[in-house]
Design a protein around this ligand. Structure first.
Ligand SMILES: NC(=O)c1ccc[n+]([C@@H]2O[C@H](COP(=O)([O-])OP(=O)(O)OC[C@H]3O[C@@H](n4cnc5c(N)ncnc54)[C@H](OP(=O)(O)O)[C@@H]3O)[C@@H](O)[C@H]2O)c1
Length: 166
């Protein structure tokens, strides 16, 4: 398995507030879809609950310590169970959040697809983990200005140079 993280973050690594996204840009939603389509996606239970519906053409894997049963969704009760099950599977899996999941999974991830938004929100209550950019090669994939709000953002791909615990 290759594990990648995909997230949209503010200038201070803001991810969300009140279990919702802070910013929603059409071009970013498109990027998210293009990046994750036809892949398995793993997320925390709270992020899953924040989705309006299942995302098309993606297999949903959800981490929760509760014994949930959700149609078309695979539940893992702990991270090790998922890592063990997927370690020999030849797939790229995308962790799509939230804060709790990114913090636990970043050490296993080789690629980070970050939408870096040139804005901040002091009321955020979920943050992407700080990571050492020295350990990654970065490449700006695209720069955008949102038509509606005028806010700038860019898609940056960070590729890990040296692997940590994997
Ligand atoms: N900007 C972005 O790109 C982006 C992307 C995704 C989410 N978000 C935002 O992030 C926020 C949600 O993040 P969050 O940190 O509060 O929640 P989260 O990571 O989505 O979910 C946390 C839940 O996942 C389960 N979990 C976590 N680690 C586990 C483990 N090792 N084993 C088993 N279950 C585990 C637990 O569920 P149980 O309580 O059921 O046990 C835990 O309460 C929202 O504001 C959302 O909008 C932003």
């Amino acid at each position: 398995m290759k594990l990648s993280l995909v997230a949209a973050i503010g200038r201070n690594n803001e991810l969300g507030k009140n279990n919702e996204l802070i910013w929603r840009f059409k071009e970013d939603m498109k990027f998210f879809k293009e990046t994750t389509i036809n892949h398995d996606i793993i997320m925390g239970r709270k992020t899953f609950e924040s989705l309006p519906e299942l995302l098309k053409e993606r297999k949903h894997l959800v981490l929760s310590r509760s014994s949930l049963i959700i149609p078309e969704v695979i539940i893992y009760n702990d991270l090790k169970q998922f890592l063990e099950e997927y370690k020999n599977i030849d797939k790229e899996v995308f962790c799509i959040g939230g804060a709790n999941l990114y913090s636990q999974m970043i050490e296993y991830a080789s690629d980070l697809y970050l939408t870096e938004i040139d804005e901040e929100d002091n009321a955020a209550d979920a943050y992407f983990p700080k990571f050492d950019k020295e350990n990654y090669d970065s490449n700006i994939l695209c720069n955008h200005i949102d038509e509606k709000t005028g806010i700038s953002f860019k898609h940056v791909l960070y590729k890990r140079r040296t692997y940590g615990k994997r």
